[in-house]
Write a protein that binds this ligand. Structure first.
Ligand code: CA
Length: 367
C-alpha cells in the first residue's frame, strides 16, 4: 500500500515538474560528505602462514568481500603470521589498536584469557554444529564478547575446522597404558589431558612437526584433518592415523576487531563485517568438509594409511581425565568457571536433541 501511495505521489510530482519544465531537478543536492562516505583503510594480521589453504585463503577472500560490499569504503590489507608482526601477537595488536583486525583461534590466547579456549575448542566439547548453535542461538557469542570486552576486542565466529583427526602415531594405541610415556605434539588442554594420562605433550610449530615425527623425536602428532595432514606429508612419517579428534571436535576460528576502530564505523559497514564474518564461518567449514573427503580417500588408497578408531576404553579414560583438567582450570579462574558452566548446560541439552536428530539419522543411514 505504501509503495503504491509513493508511486502515486511520484507521478503527481513528475506532472508538476513537467508543468514547470524542470528536467534537472532530480540531480542530488550537494551536501558535505557524511561519515557514511568516509573510506576506512585498515590492516589485518592473522595467525596463519602465508597461503595456508582454507585458513589464510578464507581471510583473503573476506578482505575482498568487505571491499566489494562496501563499494570500496572498507579496505582491509591482510598480513599472514610473521609478515607484519609475529603470529601470536595478533590478539595484543588488535587489543592495543595498532592493528584494527585479526584472524586466529581463541585458544592461542589461553595464557591471557583462559576461558577463551571454550570459544575455539576444548576436549570433548561441541562439534561445529553445536558451536554455531551456541554462538548464534544459545548465548555463546554474548559470553565471548563479554570475555574480550576489557581487552577492547570484539570477536566474531569466522571459520570452523569441523571434527579434527586424533593424530598420527608411530605405534598402535590399543590400551590406556599405551599413552604412558607417549611423546606427542598436542597443544593446549588436550596436552594437559595427555599429561594426566602419563604422556608427554610437546609444543611444536607447524613447520617443525614433520621432521620431529620422521626422526622419532616425537612418537605422535595431531595436526588438523586429512586435507591439511596430507599436505604436510605426515603419512610418510607415521603409519597409524587415529580418530576421532577428541581434543578438537569443532575448532572455531575467530575474526577480531579493535573496539575503538569498530565504533568509528557507520552502521552499514558494521553490518557488512558481521555478515561477511558469518559467510567466512560457513565457507571455511564447508571447505574443510569437502576437502577432507578426497584427502581421506587418497590417504587410504594411495598411501595405504591405516585409519583406526581409538579403543573405547582409551576414549573413556581421556574423557574422565578431561573432566578433571577442566575442573582444575575452573577452580583457578572465575571466568573459566562461568563459561564452563554455560557450555556444560548448553552441550547437555544439545546432545539430547542431537541423539534423536543427527545422531539417530546417521545411525538410520547405516542400517
Ligand atoms: Ca589441531
Amino acid at each position: 500500500m505504501t509503495q503504491i501511495g509513493n508511486l502515486q505521489r511520484l507521478a503527481r510530482f513528475s506532472n508538476l515538474l513537467l508543468i514547470f519544465g524542470c528536467t534537472f531537478i532530480f540531480t542530488p543536492l550537494a551536501v558535505a560528505a557524511p561519515a557514511e562516505n568516509k573510506t576506512f583503510e585498515w590492516k589485518m594480521v592473522t595467525t596463519w602462514p602465508p597461503n595456508f589453504p582454507i585458513f589464510q585463503e578464507g581471510v583473503e577472500q573476506l578482505s575482498k568481500d568487505l571491499e566489494l560490499m562496501s563499494g570500496g569504503r572498507l579496505k582491509v590489507k591482510v598480513y599472514a603470521g610473521g609478515e607484519l608482526i609475529p603470529a601470536l601477537q595478533t590478539f595484543d595488536a588488535v587489543s592495543q589498536g595498532t592493528i584494527q583486525m585479526g584472524h586466529g583461534a581463541a585458544y592461542y590466547w589461553a595464557g591471557k584469557v583462559p576461558a577463551a579456549q571454550f570459544m575455539s575448542a576444548v576436549p570433548f566439547g561441541m562439534t561445529a554444529k553445536g558451536m554455531n548453535a551456541w554462538f548464534y542461538g544459545g548465548g555463546g557469542l554474548e559470553l565471548w564478547r563479554k570475555l574480550y570486552k576489557d581487552f577492547n576486542v570484539i570477536p566474531f565466529p569466522a571459520g570452523n575446522s569441523g571434527v579434527q583427526m586424533g593424530g598420527w602415531f608411530r605405534k598402535k594405541i590399543e590400551k590406556v597404558e599405551d599413552l604412558q610415556g607417549l611423546k606427542m605434539r598436542i597443544p593446549g588442554l588436550g596436552g594437559k589431558v595427555l599429561a594426566k594420562a602419563g604422556g608427554t605433550p610437546v609444543l611444536l610449530a607447524g613447520g617443525e612437526i614433520y621432521s620431529a615425527l620422521e626422526r622419532g623425536t616425537i612418537d605422535a602428532t595431531e595436526w588438523v584433518g586429512p586435507f591439511h595432514d596430507e599436505r604436510l606429508g605426515l603419512y610418510r612419517a607415521a603409519k597409524y592415523y587415529y580418530y576421532p579428534g577428541w581434543h578438537e571436535p569443532g575448532t572455531t576460528l575467530e575474526l577480531i576487531v579493535n573496539a575503538k576502530a569498530w565504533e568509528e564505523l557507520p552502521e552499514d559497514l558494521k553490518k557488512i563485517i558481521d555478515v561477511a564474518a558469518r559467510a567466512t564461518n560457513q565457507w571455511m567449514y564447508a571447505q574443510f568438509e569437502a576437502s577432507n573427503v578426497k584427502a581421506l580417500q587418497e590417504l587410504k588408497e594411495k598411501y595405504k594409511v591405516e585409519v583406526l578408531p581409538f579403543p573405547p576404553e582409551v576414549i573413556k579414560e581421556l574423557k574422565r581425565l578431561t573432566k578433571a583438567v577442566l575442573a582444575e582450570e575452573a577452580a583457578k579462574n572465575a571466568n573459566f568457571k562461568e563459561v564452563y558452566d554455560a557450555v556444560q548446560q548448553f552441550q547437555a541439552g544439545h546432545a539430547a536433541w542431537s541423539a534423536i536428530s543427527d545422531d539417530a539419522y546417521s545411525k538410520a543411514l547405516q542400517e
